[in-house]
Design a protein around this ligand. Structure first.
Ligand SMILES: Cc1ncc(COP(=O)(O)O)c(C=O)c1O
Length: 512
């Protein structure tokens, strides 16, 4: 058939011209609309379509590469017979169906991805997001070296479920020196962060319906894992001395979850009296204690607070530490100190969950700790974090004018800032205004199980440099002034109805 017969080509306007032409020619060939076995000469088609000849040449080249045009050259471009198979139609989007198991239903009920607190704020220039690690080029270099070394020397076999001995030894050493916890490598289980630790704790200790006491407020991710396992949650109050142990429902409570070194999120340090009380409660009632020591490494004033586990004579405490704060959360490594009577069950649970944590990362971390690199990194990080925390506190005080109350816990990578006399809805208004200005702020409300009458902000400072904190505070002040303007001297502010102020261990809650 002559090639000069007219062709009806429609370009779809999407992307570069040669790609549009390629698509149009493919469609014409498949639909038999090419009018013959030969494609028109490139010059002719270019003229007809008002395109450059190079565009047509590029399209023909692409068609030849994909098998639509026969390899023969010289006497024109022949349409291949048969044509290459059409790609399979795009998969039909499956409608989501209802949960297929009780567990799936529970997970759906308590895990709404779009409502996870502390997520990125769209369009934020700066964000006081909690849990963001410090950018640290020195750590990146050191870690790359450790990983490359470990990749060469680590066995490619499955690592032991309990974790590499070298990492368990290094962890024991570290725990003894820094956290006052004296255990042996056989007591340590290497886990995929605190999140896996709590899942294993639930596997080993809980049946659906068991009562678990959690601090109010608390780290929501732990509550959600426990709820998904069918636990019945009891929120127990927290004051300046930490968990109010007397509020725990006696006898029926199977597990008590606490953050004694640095209560999350208020920052209270659990007093010795409360620690003794809690351990006594566990020994008397047979309850277990989950000690979440998530950021015990970073304390800026005073001595580091020893872990609750260091006082545990009856082996009721399951102690969990993580490298998410001390290193970075992407590592997904942590450790669980198993009470000796539960060792076997924990190792079995870990095997069931994932056989073991990744071996190369474990080996790299073991060497990083044993060689002293980890503690050097901790020292430098603590210095930087201290400066960031001071910059944040100074800035907040400067713009407070009686509107903020800073809960200064002298530790960790976050602060709680209360807004006296304001409720959650007003805090949300501040958060929304700040977002409009390009600033990420986070209400403390999602960390409570029960609605509260006072609102506050959880302000993470680990991910912002001092200059960034200063810039973010300019935006913060603008939002604060816009949403909660300071009343003139003629109109004294309405005295807020307040609950007693949370005080830290030294009684130094800073009202600004
Ligand atoms: C109270 C608390 N525990 C534990 C973690 C760390 O969890 P993971 O080790 O799973 O990263 C965090 C992190 O934000 C936390 O806030």
């Amino acid at each position: 058939m002559p090639a000069e017969q007219p062709m009806y080509l429609e370009l779809d306007g999407d992307g570069p011209l040669h790609a549009q032409l390629t698509r149009a020619l493919k469609a014409a060939m498949r639909g038999g609309a090419c009018g013959g076995t030969r494609l028109p000469p490139t010059r002719l088609l270019a003229q007809e379509l008002g395109l450059s000849r190079n565009t047509v040449l590029a399209a023909y080249e692409q068609l030849r590469a994909e098998g639509f045009i026969d390899g023969r050259t010289g006497s024109g471009s022949y349409i291949a017979h048969p044509l290459p198979e059409a790609p399979p139609p795009p998969p039909v989007v499956q409608q989501e169906i209802g949960p297929q198991s009780v567990r799936a239903r529970r997970m759906r009920d308590c895990h709404d991805h779009s409502a996870i607190p502390g997520r990125d704020v769209t369009g934020a220039v700066h964000s006081f997001q909690y849990g963001v690690p410090m950018t640290n080029p020195a750590l990146t270099t050191a870690w790359a070296r450790e990983l490359s070394r470990a990749a060469q020397y680590t066995s490619p076999k499955y690592p032991p479920s309990q974790g590499l001995l070298a990492l368990r030894e290094a962890t024991c050493d570290y725990l003894a020196r820094r956290r006052g916890v004296h255990v042996s490598p056989q007591d340590i289980l290497i886990v995929g962060g605190t999140q896996q630790a709590i899942a294993l704790i639930a596997d080993v200790l809980l049946d659906p319906g068991d009562t678990v006491a959690i601090e109010e407020p608390h780290y929501d991710a732990i509550r959600k894992v426990l709820l998904s396992r069918g636990a019945s949650m009891q929120a127990v109050g927290v004051d300046a001395q930490g968990l109010v142990v007397g509020e725990i429902v006696q006898r029926r409570t199977k597990l008590v979850c606490v953050t004694p070194s640095h209560q999350f999120p208020t920052g209270a340090v659990m007093s010795l009296r409360r620690r003794t009380e809690l351990l006594g409660h566990a020994s008397r009632t047979g309850a277990w204690i989950f000690e979440d020591d998530y950021d015990g490494e970073f304390r800026y004033e005073g001595k580091p607070v020893p872990a609750l586990r260091s006082l545990d004579r009856d082996n009721r405490v399951v102690y969990v530490g993580t490298f998410s704060k001390a290193m970075f959360p992407a590592l997904r490594l942590g450790y669980l100190v198993m009470p000796p009577q539960l060792r076997r069950d924990f190792i079995a649970a870990k095997w069931m969950a994932d056989f073991s944590s990744p071996g190369i990362e474990q080996a790299a971390l073991a060497h990083f700790i044993a060689s002293g690199g980890f503690e050097r990194h901790l020292r430098l990080t603590a210095q930087q974090l201290k400066l960031r925390r001071e910059a944040l506190i100074d800035g907040l005080r400067a713009c407070s004018r009686g509107r903020l109350q800073i809960e200064d816990s002298q530790a960790g990578m976050h602060l709680v800032v209360w807004l006296p006399g304001r409720g959650d809805a007003q805090v949300d208004a501040l958060v929304r205004h700040a977002q409009g200005q390009g600033l990420g702020l986070y209400s403390i409300a999602p960390y409570y199980l029960r609605p509260q009458d006072r609102g506050g902000l959880l302000m993470g400072f680990g991910g912002l440099s001092v200059p960034q904190i200063e810039q973010a505070l300019v935006l913060f002040r603008q939002s604060l002034d816009a949403v909660f303007p300071v009343l003139s001297a003629m109109q004294p502010p309405r005295r807020p109805v307040q609950r007693p102020t949370m005080r830290n261990r030294r009684g130094r809650s800073r009202a600004s």
